[in-house]
Design a protein around this ligand. Sequence first.
Ligand SMILES: NC(=O)c1ccc[n+]([C@@H]2O[C@H](COP(=O)([O-])OP(=O)(O)OC[C@H]3O[C@@H](n4cnc5c(N)ncnc54)[C@H](OP(=O)(O)O)[C@@H]3O)[C@@H](O)[C@H]2O)c1
Length: 241
Amino acid sequence: MADPTGHILVVGASSGIGRAVAEHFARQGSVVTALARRADRLAELAEAGIATVAADVTDLAAIGGVLQSAVAERGLLTGLVYCAGVQLIKPMRSLGVDEVERVYKTNLVAPTLFAAAFGNARVSTRDAVFCAVSSVAAQRPEPAIVPYAASKAGLDALIRGLARELAPRRAVGVAPGWLDTEMTQAHARLYGDEFKAALEKRSPAGAATVDSVVDAIAFLMSPQARHVTGEILRVDGGATL
Ligand SMILES: NC(=O)c1ccc[n+]([C@@H]2O[C@H](COP(=O)([O-])OP(=O)(O)OC[C@H]3O[C@@H](n4cnc5c(N)ncnc54)[C@H](OP(=O)(O)O)[C@@H]3O)[C@@H](O)[C@H]2O)c1
């Protein structure tokens, strides 16, 4: 289990995987800081004793200051879980500049800057772990999600590079398959009962869930995974085998 005296920053913690990760580490006894834009959703975590920061990760110049404030208030980070992400489902011919920029800023540029600040000895402990949520799309870019897939492939390269450059800190990632979260619920017409049944059928270990992704993150961040770094663990029930 993660160091129960540690301080873990969860970025993108107002819903889905990030919220479940924040709740998991708070239950384990970690000090948790949860960051996202929607203050009303973060307020629900504050009720569970989790410190909250309402911030937009695409405000790139503010990232260093956000980390410094979290550390000043609650101590050096022992872990950072970067869960913030946005999906964009559109053919290449219809892409707009603003939406492409938003995908890369949220999914790749911001985690790069969070990681850069995290690597500082005044921000994280020597044995701290950086973990980011990638996607199976990084290795299997489907039509209509190409910028999303490319941003996640960049995130995978970031994780592997960080594992070398930020050592002895570790850097790891998870690559979930399709999950039932607000991100996918926003496309209910694409992801109806027929889609879910087909996914279940092609997943030899059963379709992945938010809980199974949280379990994988908890393992990767734990001392039990102390020799695992630069690894991006696929959690998709085998759907992309
Ligand atoms: N659901 C899937 O099928 C699936 C599959 C593979 C990978 N993933 C990845 O899993 C991660 C979590 O997604 P999810 O499925 O849990 O969806 P989600 O419920 O929509 O969670 C996304 C989180 O990111 C935060 N976020 C987005 N833009 C942000 C910004 N500009 N600043 C700060 N926070 C921001 C959101 O908070 P606010 O809106 O409050 O800011 C929210 O907390 C993403 O990286 C996603 O790409 C998801």
